[in-house]
Ligand binder design. Structure first.
Ligand SMILES: [Zn+2]
Ligand SMILES: [Zn+2]
Length: 296
C-alpha cells in the first residue's frame, strides 16, 4: 500500500491510496475535478481509473469535487447514508450555482458552455464500522465527534501495514485509540494553536465552534492524543500532521507545540511531518515506522 497527501486544509482535503494490486482510491476530495485530475496525473493515474472515493463527511473542503467526478467518470462514492444524502444536496446546489453563473455570463458571451444536466451520481452506502475490500486492501471506518451529518474517519490496511486518517474532530473519544495504536502511519489533525486562534480575526461564534467538542483539534489536543497512543502502544508510528488552519496555525508552531507536549511526557525528539495545504506533499510506501531513542 502507498499513501499520498494531495491536499490538506480548509481549502481542500484529498489523499490517494494505492494498493499493491493497483487499486487507486481517494479519501475525500475537496478539490476541483480539474485540479485532482492534474495531481493524479503526477502519480501516473487517470481519473477514470479510480476504484472509489470515500467520504469522511459532507463539509465542502472534503466533498466539493466528488459530485462532478462521480457524474462524469462514473467513479463510485462510498460513505454512510447521512453523509451521502448531505453531500448529494451540496453537489446539486453547486450545480445550480454553476448553471446560473454560466447563464448570466452566457448573455454576454454566446460561446459559454452550460454545465451538463445532473444525470446520476454513483453512490454506495457503507455503514459506519463496515469493512470493504479492494483485493487485499481493507478499508473501514469509525465514528468521530464533528459537526457534519455523520462524520467518520478511515483506516486502511494491507499486508500487516495500517494507516489511519484522523482529521475533522473536536475531541478524542475512546473509539479512536484502537485503530490509531495499530497504525504504522497516523495522519493526525493539528488544526490550530489555541493562542493564535484566540488572537485571530475570527468572530466569536466561529472560535466557539472550532474549539467545541464538535469542531477541530488544537495542537495541544493532538499532542495529548499522540502521547496516549505512544504510551498505550509504542513510539513506532510515522505521524503526519494535517488540516492545519491557515489563519491560526503554522507548520513550525504545530510541530513545536506537539513536540513540547510529548517532551513533557518523556517522549523526546519524536519526528513529526506536516502535510501541505495546497499541493501534493507527503508520501508513504507502506513501510513499518521506526523510532530511534535519541542519545542526547
Ligand atoms: Zn475539513
Ligand atoms: Zn469538517
Amino acid at each position: 500500500m502507498k499513501l499520498f497527501s494531495l491536499a490538506s486544509g480548509s481549502s481542500g482535503n484529498c489523499y490517494l491510496v494505492q494498493s499493491s494490486a493497483g487499486h487507486n482510491i481517494l479519501i475525500d476530495c475537496g478539490l476541483s475535478a480539474k485540479k485532482v485530475q492534474q495531481y493524479l496525473a503526477g502519480f501516473g493515474v487517470q481519473i477514470h481509473q479510480l476504484s472509489a472515493i470515500f467520504l469522511t463527511h459532507d463539509h465542502s473542503d472534503h466533498v466539493s469535487g466528488v459530485g462532478t467526478i462521480s457524474q462524469r467518470w462514473g467513479v463510485v462514492v462510498y460513505a454512510n447514508s447521512k453523509t451521502l444524502e448531505a453531500a448529494r444536496l451540496r453537489w446539486e446546489k453547486l450545480h445550480r450555482v454553476a448553471v446560473e453563473q454560466t447563464d448570466r455570463s452566457g448573455a454576454a458571451d454566446s460561446g459559454t458552455v452550460r454545465p451538463p444536466a445532473i444525470s446520476k451520481y454513483n453512490l454506495q452506502v457503507l455503514p459506519t464500522g463496515a469493512v470493504i475490500w479492494f483485493g487485499s486492501l481493507q478499508v473501514s471506518s469509525f465514528p468521530v465527534s464533528h459537526d457534519a451529518a455523520d462524520t467518520v474517519c478511515y483506516t486502511l490496511r494491507e499486508n500487516e501495514c495500517q494507516a489511519t486518517i484522523l482529521t475533522d474532530l473536536g475531541c478524542a473519544t475512546n473509539v479512536i485509540f484502537e485503530p490509531l495504536c495499530r497504525s504504522d502511519l497516523i495522519i493526525l489533525e493539528a488544526n490550530h494553536s489555541l493562542e493564535r486562534l484566540q488572537k485571530s480575526r475570527y468572530p466569536y461564534y466561529l472560535k466557539a465552534r472550532i474549539t467545541s467538542d464538535h469542531g477541530h483539534l488544537s495542537n495541544l489536543q493532538s499532542g495529548k492524543i499522540l502521547q496516549e497512543i505512544i504510551e498505550r502502544s509504542s513510539p513506532a508510528h510515522l505521524v503526519w500532521l494535517a488540516h492545519l488552519s491557515q489563519e491560526s496555525n503554522q507548520p513550525e508552531i504545530a510541530k513545536h507545540e506537539i513536540s513540547h507536549q510529548l517532551e513533557m511526557a518523556g517522549i523526546h525528539k519524536f519526528p513529526l511531518h506536516v502535510a501541505q495545504r495546497d499541493k501534493p506533499s507527503l508520501q508513504w510506501n507502506g513501510e513499518p515506522a521506526v523510532y530511534q531513542i535519541p542519545m542526547f
